[in-house]
Design a protein around this ligand. Structure first.
Ligand SMILES: [Zn+2]
Length: 489
């Protein structure tokens, strides 16, 4: 059974007039963050064709950098790629001088919440999805897998972007996640939200599944509403809450398959990873972060042949939170208001959230090295690692992914491997095809592109020295909040 019937939820929504966002109710008592900075905007009139001249083009499949290329875009596609000055170019084409720069596909965030807010959790800010979408684009993220959205608007928002009605990366959306009754994130919402509204917000946080039938019904509902993937929670946050069992997850996977959908799993432990892998999920959207994976499990985990989205950064971010120590990166300074960045230092005297999660945060911190070592061991056994940030408090939409990429390099992936994880490998997963129509700089592919200064294969931080972001063939005008530069990339 689902804890609240869809009808009851619909009535509640009408009662609160909360069609757009459950969290809107909080405006009654809390200051709104406003519409936020623009960061990116499309040109007033875009040329029908765009020539990128003299770029070094990164072949993300091989890691090879091909110098002195011209790339012609028409409409939302890459039309031609060839040696400089050899393409036939329409007279009216716009031109971008790309000397000294590397052209690569736009980045994919494989754990990119859109209905999220990066400010400290104790501020209880209201998510501003449109600002989140622009922040992704500012940082070169042109595709997002949005795994869990409590607003009720995930599919409409995704479709508005595809229809050209809303500026944002291309979104693949799961809608609300499926979890155990009282499981994650229901438990988290109950602790974090003000008491008078927490029961309502908790009811919106996900489908609470207490039987295989309830799992099937939830998948049917989401499939009818247009979900691209189904997300299950097979983890305990905090450590004493229930999680979905194998019978439920199997029923969910079967029903999803019958509806032509794949299931992605939020996991924590090695047992969670095994349970969901055996049930047939298509990807793990976290690494194993609560323990060292027992040696005997590695081969079986690799045998499922499914990728793992590492999400190292979100756990590092949790670990930083209680200390308030947080040196902003270049992209964070450029894209986030200074007062939001400094707010992490202003830890309240008594925070219900930090008090309730102290033990869990300490557990995550204790297992930091295990989480990294788990990834190294799974990679060595043949598991594909993908890049996702888990955008939320402390993990900024876009800059958070760049932090994640740096951490993937730390665990032993070469810069070229990291870039392939955040482009072609993710595109292959999302499109369920070896030849996806995005994630590569080849004729016919979608013109979602990133032009950066320098060679990111030599220095991954070059990815944050962004010269141009092009989405669907449209060259965006980028406006940083603070002047670029500073010590930290
Ligand atoms: Zn998440």
């Amino acid at each position: 059974m689902i804890s609240l019937s869809r009808n009851f939820r619909a009535r509640l929504r009408r009662f609160f007039s909360l069609r757009d966002a459950a969290f809107l109710t909080l405006t009654l008592s809390l200051a709104c963050t406003g519409d936020g900075p623009t960061l990116v905007r499309p040109p007033d009139s875009a040329p029908a064709a765009l020539l990128i001249e003299n770029a070094a083009v990164l072949d993300v499949a091989t890691g090879e950098l091909v110098p002195a290329r011209d790339v012609l875009l028409r409409g939302d596609r890459i039309d031609a790629v060839g040696p400089a000055r050899t393409l036939s170019v329409p007279a009216e084409a716009g031109r971008i001088d790309a000397r000294g720069a590397t052209l690569l596909p736009g980045l994919v965030d494989m754990h990119g919440h859109v209905f999220a807010d990066p400010a400290p959790p104790w501020q209880l800010n209201i998510p501003n999805p449109e600002a989140v979408l622009r922040s992704y684009l500012y940082s070169g993220v042109t595709t997002v897998l949005d795994p869990a959205d409590a607003s009720g608007d995930a599919f409409t928002r995704r479709d508005r972007i595809r229809g050209g009605d809303l500026l944002g990366p291309r979104v693949y959306a799961t809608g609300p996640p499926l979890t155990a009754p009282g499981g994650h994130p229901v438990a988290l919402v109950k602790i974090a939200a003000p008491a008078w509204i927490s029961w309502y917000l908790a009811s919106q946080a996900g489908f609470q599944i207490d039987s295989p039938e309830a799992g099937r019904a939830a998948v049917d509902t989401l499939a009818s509403e247009g979900a691209n993937f189904i997300k299950v929670i097979v983890d305990r946050v905090p450590s004493d809450v229930p999680r979905l069992g194998p019978t439920e997850v199997r029923a969910i996977v079967e029903t999803a398959r019958a509806r032509g959908l794949r299931v992605v799993a939020h996991i924590g432990s090695s047992e969670d990873a095994l349970l969901s892998g055996r049930a047939g999920v298509a990807a793990w959207v976290h690494g194993v972060y609560t323990e060292r994976i027992p040696e005997r499990d590695i081969a079986e985990l690799a045998s499922f042949g499914i990728p793992m989205v590492a999400t190292l950064e979100v756990f590092d971010s949790y670990a930083r939170m209680p200390s308030g120590l947080r040196a902003p990166t270049r992209l964070e300074r450029e894209s986030a208001p200074a007062e939001v960045l400094s707010a992490f230092e202003e830890i309240p005297e008594d925070s219900t959230l930090l008090d309730n999660f102290g033990e869990w945060l300490a557990m995550v911190e204790r297992n930091r090295e295990h989480a990294r070592e788990n990834l190294r061991r799974l990679r060595a056994a043949g598991v594909t690692i993908l890049a996702g940030s888990d955008t939320q408090s402390g993990v900024f939409p876009g800059p958070g992914l760049h932090r994640e990429l740096a951490l993937l390099e730390e665990v032993g992936m070469s810069p070229a491997e990291v870039i392939r994880a955040a482009t072609l490998d993710s595109a292959r997963f999302l499109s369920d095809s070896e030849e996806p129509d995005f994630g590569r700089v080849v004729p016919g592919a979608r013109a979602d592109l990133l032009l950066v200064s320098g060679d990111p294969r030599q220095d991954l931080a070059a990815l944050s020295r962004i010269r141009e972001v092009i989405v669907g063939g449209v060259r965006l005008h980028r406006e940083p909040l603070q002047a670029p530069g500073g010590d930290r990339e």
